[in-house]
Ligand binder design. Structure first.
Ligand code: 5GP
Length: 121
């Protein structure tokens, strides 16, 4: 499943974004609503809707998102202190844009677990 989202428009320069990295497979730009001093979204140029749509034929593109995260961490000085990468899936995961994206959050120590509510199973 793949449908055009606002991220396709960012890839095609139809709407502006603060782009920090680009190569033939991926684009990284600052999140419009940052949750850390450094919060970028690393996306594949191919529109893959959710984690459920990852398969053997697009796995290399998805793996490449982590290569970009490692590059950005070194370039921006976060590699040693550390950082967090997160990919949300569907409603319970908190996904709002249906073009997969790796959130890269850095520049502060983050808590764990990420949820605030009491776990009820
Ligand atoms: P999700 O909730 O799908 O994991 O993350 C979507 C992210 O995209 C959110 O953190 C949101 O702030 C960001 N976002 C949504 N629309 C735009 C936009 O037009 N530009 C940028 N730079 N970020 C966006």
């Amino acid at each position: 499943m793949s449908a055009e989202t606002i991220f396709t428009k960012i890839i095609n320069r139809e709407i502006p974004a603060d782009i920090v990295y680009e190569d033939d497979q991926a684009l990284a730009f600052r999140d419009i609503n940052p949750q850390a001093p450094f919060h970028v979204l690393i996306i594949p140029k191919t529109a893959i809707a959710t984690i459920n749509d990852i398969n053997d034929s697009n796995a290399a593109e998805v793996g490449h998102l982590y290569v970009v995260a490692a590059k950005l961490a070194k370039e921006h000085g976060f590699a040693d202190d550390g950082y967090r990468v997160v990919m949300n899936c569907n409603n319970h995961g908190g996904q709002t844009v249906y073009h997969i994206h790796l959130h890269m959050l850095a520049g502060k120590a983050m808590g764990w677990p990420p949820y605030q509510d009491t776990l009820k199973v």
